[in-house]
Unconditional design. Sequence first.
Length: 264
Amino acid sequence: MFRLLFVADIPQGPGPEGQLLCGPSVVLEKRAGSGPIKDPPQSVHTPLFLGADMDVRRFANTWNGIHSFNNFLRVVVICLIVTNIVSVFGWIGKDQLVLILPPNTNEKVEISRMNASQSYKKAWALFIASLLGNINPENAEFIKASLANMVTGEIKLAMNEQIAMAIEQLKQEKVSAVFEVRQVIYEPETDHVFVAGHTNLVGAGGKTNTSDQTYEFKIDVDQYSPLITYLSIYTGGPKTAAVLAVEREKEESIRKQTANPNKP
C-alpha cells in the first residue's frame, strides 16, 4: 500500500526556453506491511511558473531603460562640453568692462580696453585741466612727467611748448596762476570735453588779473588707460559745435554784407 507525500518548492530544472521551473512534487511511499513494489518510487512533478517569464521581461525592460538613460546622459554631457567651450572663447574675445573711480569724481564709470563712458573722460579732463591751469615754475617738470604717458607724440610736443610759454610768462610777470573750474561739458557729436573756468594771475602785491579760459580735450582709451589725442587751450568760453555754428553764420553774414554793401 502506498501513501501520497506532498513536497513543496522542489527545483524542477530548466523548463521550456531555459526558464527555471519550481513546484510541488507528489511522491509515492510504501507503507509497512504492504506487498513488494515492482518499480521504485517515482515523483510526479507538477511544474509551476513562478513569474519567471515576467521577471525576465521586467529585467529586460529595466536594462533597456538604463541603457537609454545612459545614452541620454552622454548627449547631455557632450552638449555641456560644447557650451562651455563656446563660453570660454566668447569670454576671451569679449572686452572686459572695469568699474573704476577716477580722480575728481564720486561716481563710478565704465571703461573697456578701447572705450570709456563720458563720466570717465570728463573726470580725466578735469584732472588734467587742473594740473595745467595751476602750473608754476616749481611744479612744471612734475606736471610734464605726469602727463607724458597720457598724450600722443604730437600732443606731447605741443603741450611741452605750451607749458614752457606759460612758465616764461609767469616768470616775466612775476605772477602765479590759479585756475578755477566753472563747468565741464561733454559733447557727444565730437567726443570732446570742455573744461571752462577763470584763470587768476596773482602778482606779488596781491593784484589779480582774471580771464576766462577753456581747456578742450579729446580723450581716447588705449589698453584701459586714458590717451589725449587732442588738446587746445584758449581764452573765452567753450567752442562747442553749436557755438562754432553760430560763429560761422555770423561770419557768413558779415562776408555777404561786405560783398554787397548797398544790399540791406
